[in-house]
Each structure stands twice: as structure tokens, then as C-alpha cells.
Design a binder for this molecule. Structure first.
Ligand code: UD1
Ligand code: CA
Length: 458
């Protein structure tokens, strides 16, 4: 048996990846097909297709159940050239693989079979699974030491040779004592794959065509077989919501480790939630309880303070965000800019060194460098029909509690008096005041109190 190692040795061999996604997923109790449920903001089938692409699959065949165009579409968002095959009846994993017969007939050098509901398998593992094929093996199976082997196929070994895989239901008591189990994924040499698969029968406890039977069949045909082992976590399959949550937990652990390995400080990593695509630079600090939605890029030396939620946002080098900030898609925070507490930003760009310290909503705004936005500033960007932009020039100062009624522009270096409702463009270096003038009535309160007391005691 060999262990996974680096993907750098991926061969130049052509590779067909068959992604089994025809499961019904009834235990999810969901209106959505199981493999469209997400882990770290990407569907499980999406993860698997991305992984097989990363190991150099030259062709991807996705096997879906009847009417599952949604699954096919999702796979194609990751790999537009993916071929889709429909498994009309669910007659077992061997039958499912054979649904992609047309792709197998092209006789690629390697075939890898992966499960769309097993999203944690790593690229390194798939490379390790392919390697024995280049060395002449016909079938390579992926095993793991199971904490609880119940339900899994067992590896029947002779030394480091794998002779057969016995499904739990077909296994004897002695075989059930084996803890080295089948993770399900396999690599098959393309020149013999169809021949081996066509020999699989369904004379077994489930009456199904078992993919696993090709190990013994290959040996009968005089071929070599091999086994590769991985940690149980990598072959964690998702059948219900609890297993989905476990997959999420493991994926988050990987993403946190990757962020830290890349030079980011996570003060309480277990409280930070990433998306599969979050990009984090060096010397970034992420405080506890931060959540990243899709499409976030954090450049070097930025700080994300606690309880912030970011999605589709770009944070430039040295910027600071939060605590309690919400950055929505299209938010771009410039170098060394500051976004403080209870600030929401959507589809807006903040120039270098700009400050939006407190209690503000910026939507559809362009904010120049070194602008200061006072507490409670709101861009009024929506009139129930259209969205309008607010432009704020370099070095402008917007006083607290101002409403900027878009479309509107504030010139460079201009001031907006606190509490203004700005409806007209403000020229460069001007002061805009858009509020009621203050009125003072001397001794009004004394008179008011006196009158009120008299009324009460009457
Ligand atoms: C399979 C393996 C078993 C292994 C286990 C690991 C076989 C015969 N058994 O068992 O050795 O320990 O996985 O989890 O392969 N699928 C289809 N069409 C079908 C049947 C299955 O697309 O007709 C898909 C399922 O959606 C799933 C995968 O293939 O993604 C595995 O099928 P499943 O029925 O869960 O196999 P197990 O019985 O768990
Ligand atoms: Ca299963």
C-alpha cells in the first residue's frame, strides 16, 4: 500500500473522472438534491468536480439521476465541458459507472471514480490513487481504517495485495471483523475498464451491480491491483444533515489551517468561517467570530475585527474592518482605509485612507481617498425603482448624521454640515448645510413648567 503524496507528480496521462451523483439523498429530507447542498459555500458536487480538475482530469463525466438537470448545470459551472450521463435506474455503483459508457469507450489512460457526496477527498489522494495505474496496476482502491466499519465494504488483503472487496451485507463474521474499509473511490486503467465493468454481475445480497467487484475480477484476468489508504475524514460521505455539518466542520478546519499556513493570524480559528474561495494575505489578523461569504479577498496586513460579516468584498493592504461591520458584494476598501462598527457597505469603493467609523450605510458610492464619513451617514441610493450613485471627492468631510440623496456628488475637499440632507451636488471645497436653522427661545422651559404645574394643581 502506498500513501498519498504531492500532486506535483501528476502524469501526462489522460484521465477521465466519473462523478457519481445519482443518489436520491432521501435522508437529507430536502427539496434540493443532496449533492447541491453546500460545504463552505460550494455545492458538494462542485467541490468534487473542482478536485478532479485539480488532479488533471482531462474529461469529466457526471452521472445524474433522471431529471436532474440542476445537478448537471451545477457541475458545468465548474467545468463547462463536463459530460452528463443519466443513470435511468439505480442498479448499483458498477451500473452507475457504466452509465458513462460512451466516455469509457474513448479509452482514456486513467479512469477515476469519485462520489459527489464525498466532498473532502483531496487532490493529493486522487493523485496517489492514479499513480499505481502508471506503474501497471489495473485497479486501485482507496481504503481507510474505520472507527466503526459497519456498512462499509471490507478490504480483503493478502499482505499489501488487495484481493477483493466484500460488501458488509455479503461479508462473513470473520470478514466483518476487518476494519480496513473501502472509501468507495477507485482508479481503473482505461484500456481495461470497460471489460472489467462489463463482467460485474448482481448475484449478491443487494442484487446490485457492485463497482467493488472489479478488484477480484481484475485479479482473475491476471491483472495487478493496488490499495491506497487515507484518513477516514477524507472519505467522509454525506447522507444526512448531521453528516453535512460534520463535512462543513472538517472543511472549515482545513481552510483555517490554510489561512494560518499562508501567514494570517487567527486568534480563535474555531470561530472564523471561510468560503472555499476566500483569499487571505500575509500578516492579516482575523479576530474571533468573523464570517466570510463568497468572493472575499483580504490583502496583506489588513485587520478584520470581531463579529464582522464579509461577502464579495475586497479589503486592500493595511485596511481595518469592524468590529461589527457588514461588507456586501462590491465593497472595496482601499489601502489603510478604516471601516468601523455598525457600518454596512454595498457596491461601493473606498479610497486609500478613507474613514467610515460608525453607524453608516454606504450603497452605490464612490468615496475618494482620505474622505471622512461621520457617524450615522446614510446614502439614500434607492427610490423603490432605481439605484443611484453617490460620488464623494478626495478629502471631503461628511458631518455626522447626514443623508446623501443620490444621485449626488460631493466635491473634493468639501464639507457637509452635520445633520444635512444633501440633495444637490456640492462643489469642491464648499460647505453644504441642508438642515433647519436652530431657534432659541430664552426662558421658554421655565414658562412651560410653570404653566403645566398650575394646570395639574387646578
Ligand atoms: C459503497 C461501496 C462500499 C464503500 C462505501 C463507502 C459499492 C458496491 N460499495 O457502498 O464498498 O464502503 O460506498 O461509502 O460500491 N450511486 C449511484 N448510482 C447507483 C448507486 C450508487 O450514482 O446506482 C452513487 C451514490 O449516489 C453514492 C455512491 O454512488 O454517491 C455510493 O453509493 P452508495 O449506495 O452510498 O454505496 P454504499 O452502499 O454506501
Ligand atoms: Ca454510502
Amino acid at each position: 500500500m502506498t500513501s498519498p503524496d504531492s500532486p506535483t507528480s501528476v502524469s501526462a496521462r489522460s484521465c477521465l473522472a466519473i462523478v457519481l451523483a445519482a443518489g436520491e439523498g432521501t435522508r437529507m429530507k430536502s427539496d434540493r438534491p443532496k449533492v447541491l447542498h453546500e460545504v463552505a459555500n460550494r455545492s458538494m458536487v462542485g467541490h468534487v468536480v473542482a478536485t478532479v480538475m485539480a488532479v488533471g482530469a482531462t474529461e469529466v463525466a457526471v452521472v445524474v439521476g433522471p431529471g436532474r438537470d440542476d445537478v448537471a448545470r451545477e457541475a458545468r459551472t465548474i467545468m463547462p465541458e463536463a459530460e452528463v450521463f443519466v443513470q435511468r435506474e439505480r442498479l448499483g455503483t458498477g451500473h452507475a459507472v457504466l452509465s458513462a459508457r460512451a466516455a469509457l469507450e474513448k479509452k482514456p489512460d486513467d479512469v477515476i471514480v469519485v462520489y459527489a457526496d464525498t466532498p473532502l477527498v483531496s487532490a493529493e489522494t486522487l493523485v496517489a490513487l492514479r499513480r499505481p495505474l502508471a506503474e501497471g496496476a489495473a485497479v486501485v482502491a482507496l481504503g481507510f481504517e474505520a472507527r466503526d466499519p459497519t456498512g462499509y465494504g471490507r478490504f480483503i488483503m493478502a499482505g499489501d495485495q488487495i484481493l477483493d472487496i466484500r460488501e458488509h451485507k455479503d461479508a462473513s463474521e470473520a470478514e466483518r471483523a476487518i476494519t480496513l474499509c473501502n472509501g468507495g473511490l477507485m482508479a481503473i486503467r482505461g484500456d481495461v475498464a470497460l471489460d472489467l465493468l462489463d463482467r460485474v454481475g448482481n448475484q449478491n445480497a443487494k442484487g446490485e451491480y457492485y463497482l467493488t467487484d472489479i478488484v477480484a475480477i481484475a485479479r482473475l484476468q491476471g491483472h495487478r491491483t493496488a490499495a491506497v489508504t487515507v484518513a477516514e475524514e477524507e472519505v467522509h460521505g454525506v447522507n444526512d444533515r448531521a453528516q453535512l455539518a460534520a463535512a462543513e466542520r472538517m472543511m472549515q478546519e482545513r481552510l483555517r489551517h490554510a489561512a494560518m499556513a499562508g501567514g494570517a493570524t487567527l486568534i480563535a480559528p474555531e470561530t472564523v468561517f471561510f468560503s472555499h474561495d476566500t483569499k487571505i494575505g500575509r500578516d492579516v489578523v482575523i479576530e474571533p467570530n468573523v464570517v466570510f461569504g463568497l468572493g472575499v479577498v483580504i490583502e496583506d496586513h489588513a485587520v478584520i475585527h470581531s463579529f464582522s460579516h464579509l461577502e464579495g468584498a475586497r479589503i486592500a493592504a493595511g485596511a481595518a474592518v469592524g468590529p461589527f461591520a457588514r461588507l456586501r458584494p462590491g465593497a472595496v476598501v482601499g489601502p489603510k482605509a478604516k471601516v468601523g462598527n455598525f457600518v454596512e457597505i454595498k457596491n461601493s469603493q473606498l479610497g486609500a485612507g478613507a474613514k467610515v467609523g460608525h453607524l453608516t450605510y454606504l450603497g452605490d458610492a464612490t468615496v475618494g481617498p482620505e474622505v471622512n464619513i461621520g457617524a450615522g451617514t446614510i446614502t439614500c441610493n434607492y427610490d423603490g425603482f432605481g439605484k443611484y450613485r453617490t460620488e464623494i471627492g478626495e478629502g471631503a468631510f461628511v458631518g455626522s448624521n447626514s443623508s446623501l440623496v443620490a444621485p449626488v456628488s460631493i466635491g473634493k475637499g468639501a464639507y457637509v454640515g452635520s445633520g444635512s440632507v444633501v440633495t444637490d451636488d456640492v462643489p469642491q471645497d464648499a460647505l453644504a448645510l441642508g438642515r433647519g436653522r436652530q431657534v432659541i427661545k430664552e426662558q421658554w422651559a421655565t414658562a412651560f413648567r410653570q404653566k403645566s404645574l398650575e394646570k395639574k394643581h387646578k
